[in-house]
Design a protein around this ligand. Structure first.
Ligand SMILES: C[S@@+](CC[C@H](N)C(=O)[O-])C[C@H]1O[C@@H](n2cnc3c(N)ncnc32)[C@H](O)[C@@H]1O
Length: 295
């Protein structure tokens, strides 16, 4: 008699785990990015300061170009240039983000596989906004490299162009810890790869910090309801830059004015998502803010 028990168990033991089925870029976009709010902020701030609407935006360190897609969706004149070193990440963005755009929207995005430090002569003096979000510029650990990057951006901006970045800090930024956040199933219209749509836990791992060099290693892991895990889905080796120093380097690069936008409080002592220009921050456990630099 055949061993039916053994036979029956085989398929389930071969069933891929949720972590094996998950796509790290999809999880990243769902857990980390909020491109709508980011574009609202830069669009409104640029208009308020410059008295006109921005058209040409470059998303530096664009990854999957999620923000560039949001920009070209906003207005039919908007143009986006996305720049990233990593070809597979750009390809993923084309296949999963650009593919959701209309033909006319797609025609207004130009993705370039490039180091953001490299000169693109056709861009010189042409950009209304350059974005360097999710702390991506912290990849530059040396002051002279950060300065070279800011000089590159300034040269590529139009005469009234602006650079926008974010930063984080607070005394928790120096600590080694893991923070978990539950991410629900994506609702309709949100990105989710090939219909695979599972809730998961996002884990932010502040993995190491060297107080002598300022080097900070942060990791992102994802954990799924079946217990499986995508460990080290993303690993960042950064310098933990202070806001004051970033603004000093921007001024050295020739930017006329820099502004920090501090987040307001909600009723429970957290951030309320409203960022206002300010020179007075608060020494709290953790903060996130935006910075703008005007050419
Ligand atoms: C933290 S992700 C940022 C993704 C996206 N911008 C966001 O807001 O979530 C960092 C990206 O920067 C890219 N990158 C790192 N160094 C770079 C460089 N020198 N020039 C261009 N891209 C770079 C990596 O390939 C990666 O896709």
């Amino acid at each position: 008699m055949p061993n039916t028990r053994r036979f029956a168990r085989r398929p389930s033991s071969r069933k891929p785990t949720l972590a094996q089925r998950a796509d790290p870029h999809d999880c990243y976009q769902r857990a980390v990015q909020c491109v709508g709010a980011e574009i609202d902020f830069v669009d409104e701030t640029f208009s308020a300061i410059r008295g006109r609407q921005a058209v040409r935006l470059r998303e530096d360190f664009c990854g999957t170009a999620n923000t560039s897609c949001e920009w070209v969706r906003r207005r039919s004149r908007n143009l986006a240039i996305g720049m990233d070193l990593d070809a597979p990440t750009l390809e993923w963005g084309k296949a999963h983000n650009l593919s959701t755009l209309t033909k006319s929207q797609r025609a207004r995005i130009d993705l370039r596989q490039s180091d953001v430090l490299v000169e693109h002569p056709d861009l010189r003096g042409t950009l209304d906004m350059v974005l360097a979000m999710n702390f991506s510029y912290w990849i530059f650990q040396k002051r002279e490299t950060l300065l070279a990057y800011f000089r590159r951006v300034r040269e590529d901006l139009a005469p009234d162009g602006m650079l926008f970045m974010d930063a984080y800090g607070g005394f928790d930024a120096l600590k080694l810890f893991k923070e978990r956040r539950k991410i629900p199933r994506a609702s309709q219209g949100e990105p989710s790869v090939h219909g695979f749509n599972t809730p998961f836990t996002y884990i932010w791992d502040q993995h190491s910090y060297n107080p002598i060099t300022g080097e900070l290693v942060c990791k992102i892991h994802f954990q799924f309801p079946d217990g499986s895990k995508l460990r080290d889905a993303f690993v960042y080796t950064w310098r933990l830059w202070g806001l004051r120093e970033v603004r000093d380097v921007l001024e050295e690069a020739g930017f006329r004015r820099t502004t920090a936008y501090w987040e307001g409080d909600d009723d429970e002592g957290g951030g309320n998502g409203e960022f206002t220009a300010s020179e007075q921050g608060e020494s709290c456990a953790s903060w996130i803010c935006y910075v703008s630099a005007e050419k």
